[in-house]
Design a protein around this ligand. Structure first.
Ligand code: ARG
Length: 578
C-alpha cells in the first residue's frame, strides 16, 4: 500500500474512533507547501459540516484518537481544521532502505489485478504511419508498461485500419505494379504508392470501376484478391514495426488485431440489434438511436451501423470490438487511446454497447483522449510544404539533432558513442515532450525545447541519472555494497526521502487516471529535489563521516533507480554516460 493510502487508513480509523460516520473521508494528500508537514488530512472540515460541529474541535478529536504508530512523528492542527502530518524520520529511512534492496522499489503488486485491454497506435495500413499516430503509440505504450509493472494483465490490441473501400484502389494499382516488380519494391514508399493510386482513381479512364470491382471481390472473399490484400497488409505492418522498433515501443505483430478481424461478426451484430429492437431501419440504413445522448431538444443521437448500400462503418467495427474484448478477452477494463476528435464517436459506441448489454456492468470503457500535435504556427503539425509528416523521417531528424548536440557537448567521445547517445536522447526527447504534457490538450512541437538539457525534458532527466551514476564511478563504489541506516539529518535529505517514497502513489494515480504527465512531473520534481540535496549535502567531500557517506550514497542510489525505473515505464532509456 502506498504511503498516502496507509495514512488515509490510519486517519479513517481515528475518525471512526472519534464517532465520525465511516463515509466521511480523511482526504489525506501530500502537503502542497513547505511548512505544512509532509502530508495533510483535510477531511475534518467536510466531516464537521456533515455532523454539524466546529471543524477545529473535530480535528482535535481526530488527533486524540490517532494511533501514530511508527509512521507518524507528530501532527498539528492548522487553519480551520487542517491536520498537518509529519512523518517519522526513522520510519522514512527504514522504508527507503527496504525499497532500495527491492527489485520493484517497494511498489507492491496490486492485490486485485485486472485484465486491461489497451487499444493503441492503430495506424491505417493504406498509408505510412504519420504524426497523427505518434501520440497514441507513445501514450498507450507508457500505460501498458505501467499497468504491467503494477501486476495487471495487459492485452495490447493494435486496432489497425486494414479494411475499407480505399483498398480497392490500392489493390488494383498493386496488381498492375506487380507485373513489373515485387510487392516489396512497389510498396517501399506507401505514401507515394497511395498518391499514385489516388491519381489514377481520379483521372484514369476505367480505373475507378476496377477499384470498385476489387472492393466487391475483396468483400466477397475472392482468394486471389485476399492474397493480394494480405501481401499489402503484411508489408505495411512491417513499415509500422520499423517505427515501433525505433521508438522503443513494445507492440509486436501478435498484438495486431485489425478492423478486418471483425468482418464476419458485423452482419451478425447488426441483425441481432435489429431483432432485439435496439437498432431500426431508417431510410434504408440501420441506426441505433441513443436517447441517452439526446440533444437539448430531446432528439436522440443517431449512430449508423449499416449504410444504405449495405456497407458497415467504423462504428459497427467498434461495437464488435467492445463485445469481443469484454466477452472473448475477458477484459475488466477497456482503454482506447485515440484522438480527442473521436470523442463523439466513442461515446456513441460506448453508449450503444451498454444499451445492448454487450458487456458486464463492471467492465469500464475509457477513452484516453489526446489533443493535436501543433506546429509553431499554431496549426496542426505539417511539413514545410503542407504535407503530412512521416514518422520515420521525424524520428530520424530527432536522432540527428540530438547527435549533433552531443557531439558539440562531448567532442572527446567516439563517433559510435555519440551516435548511441544521440539515439537515446533524441527518441527520449520526442517521447517525453509528448508524455509530459496533459494529454487532453493540444501541444506545440518544438525541437529546441524538447532537446534542451534544462527544464522538464528527457535530456535533463537522462543527464540527472548519468550524474548520479557518475558519483559511484568516481568513488569506485558498488551500490549493492552500501550499508548502514539512512539518516535524514537535513531538510534537503528529508525532502528527497519523501519524494522517493512517493513513487508508488504516483504510479497508482497514473494507473487510475491514465495521465502519464503526472509521472513526468514527479520525475522532474524528484530530479530537482536531488539537485537541492546535492547542493546542500556533500557526499564524497572531506569532512563527511563514513556513516553520512553511506547514508547519502544510498539516497543517490535510490534516485538513480527511481529515475531509470520511472523513465523505463515511459518507454525512455537511460545511459551510464552521456
Ligand atoms: N485507425 C484509427 C485512426 O487512425 C484509430 C483506431 C482507434 N481504435 C478504435 N477502436 N477506434 O483514427
Amino acid at each position: 500500500m502506498n504511503i498516502r493510502q496507509q495514512l488515509n487508513d490510519i486517519f479513517q480509523a481515528a475518525m471512526i474512533a472519534a464517532g465520525i460516520p465511516a463515509d466521511c473521508s480523511p482526504a489525506v494528500a501530500p502537503a502542497k507547501k513547505a511548512g505544512f508537514g509532509d502530508y495533510q488530512a483535510n477531511g475534518a472540515m467536510a466531516a464537521a459540516k456533515k455532523v454539524g460541529t466546529n471543524p477545529r474541535e473535530l480535528a482535535a478529536k481526530i488527533v486524540d484518537n490517532l494511533d501514530k504508530g511508527e509512521m507518524i512523528e507528530k501532527v498539528e492542527i492548522a487553519g480551520p481544521g487542517f491536520i498537518n502530518i509529519h512523518l517519522s524520520e526513522a520510519w522514512l529511512g527504514k522504508t527507503l532502505a527496504a525499497a532500495r534492496t527491492d527489485e520493484h522499489l517497494n511498489v507492491e503488486q496490486v492485490t486485485d489485478p485486472q485484465t486491461v485491454v489497451l487499444d493503441y497506435s492503430a495506424p491505417n495500413l493504406a498509408k505510412e504511419m504519420h504524426v497523427g499516430h505518434l501520440r497514441s503509440t507513445i501514450i498507450g505504450d507508457a500505460l501498458a508498461r505501467l499497468l504491467e509493472f503494477q501486476g495487471h494483465t495487459v492485452i495490447r490490441q493494435n486496432h489497425m485500419g486494414d479494411w475499407g473501400t480505399q483498398f480497392g484502389m490500392l489493390l488494383a494499382h498493386l496488381s498492375d505494379q506487380m507485373e513489373k516488380q515485387d510487392a516489396e519494391v512497389a510498396l517501399a514508399d506507401l505514401e507515394q504508392f497511395y498518391r499514385e493510386a489516388k491519381i489514377r482513381f481520379d483521372e484514369e479512364e476505367g480505373f475507378a470501376d476496377r477499384a470498385r470491382e476489387y472492393v466487391v471481390k475483396l468483400q466477397g472473399g475472392d482468394p486471389e484478391c485476399l492474397k493480394l490484400w494480405k501481401q499489402f497488409i503484411d508489408i505495411s505492418i512491417s513499415h509500422s514495426e520499423e517505427i515501433y522498433e525505433k521508438l522503443n515501443v513494445t507492440l509486436t505483430r501478435s498484438d495486431v488485431y485489425g478492423e478486418s478481424r471483425y468482418n464476419d461478426d458485423l452482419p451478425v451484430l447488426v441483425q441481432e440489434l435489429l431483432d432485439r429492437g435496439i437498432a431500426v431501419e431508417d431510410q434504408g440504413a440501420v441506426v441505433v438511436f441513443l436517447e441517452e445522448m439526446a440533444d437539448k431538444e430531446g432528439n436522440p443521437s443517431p449512430m449508423i451501423i449499416r449504410k444504405r448500400g449495405g456497407g458497415y462503418l467504423y462504428a459497427t467495427t467498434d461495437l464488435a470490438a467492445i463485445r469481443y474484448r469484454a466477452n472473448q478477452l475477458k477484459a475488466d477494463r477497456i482503454l482506447i487511446v485515440v484522438d480527442a476528435r473521436q470523442s463523439l464517436h466513442l461515446q456513441q459506441a460506448f453508449t450503444a454497447a451498454r444499451k445492448a448489454s454487450f458487456l458486464p456492468e463492471s467492465v469500464t470503457l475509457e477513452h484516453c483522449a489526446f489533443g493535436t500535435m501543433m506546429g509553431e504556427d499554431g496549426k496542426p503539425f505539417k511539413t514545410r510544404t503542407g504535407g503530412t509528416v512521416k514518422l520515420a523521417a521525424l524520428l530520424d531528424e530527432a536522432v540527428e539533432r540530438a547527435t549533433a548536440l552531443v557531439a558539440a557537448k562531448n567532442p572527446e567521445l567516439s563517433q559510435e558513442q555519440q551516435a548511441e547517445i544521440g539515439r537515446v536522447v533524441g527518441i527520449g526527447a520526442v517521447k517525453y515532450a509528448d508524455l509530459s504534457k496533459t494529454r487532453t490538450n493540444d501541444y506545440v512541437f518544438n525541437w529546441d525545447s524538447m532537446l534542451a538539457f534544462e527544464g522538464n525534458t528527457a535530456p535533463y532527466l537522462q543527464y540527472a541519472y548519468t550524474r548520479v551514476r557518475s558519483i559511484f564511478r568516481r568513488a569506485g563504489i558498488d551500490p549493492s555494497a552500501l550499508t548502514g541506516t539512512i539518516e535524514l539529518g537535513t531538510d534537503a535529505e528529508r525532502a528527497l526521502a519523501i519524494k522517493l517514497n512517493q513513487f508508488g502513489e504516483v504510479l497508482d494515480q497514473v494507473a487510475k487516471d491514465t495521465f502519464p504527465h503526472v509521472l513526468c512531473t514527479y520525475l522532474y520534481d524528484l530530479a530537482s529535489a536531488y539537485m537541492a540535496f546535492y547542493e546542500a549535502c556533500p557526499v564524497l567531500k572531506e569532512g563527511v563521516t563514513e556513516e553520512q557517506k553511506q547514508s547519502r550514497l544510498q539516497l543517490c542510489d535510490m534516485v538513480a533507480r527511481t529515475l531509470s525505473t520511472g523513465l523505463g515505464l515511459l518507454g525512455i532509456e537511460v545511459l551510464e554516460q552521456m
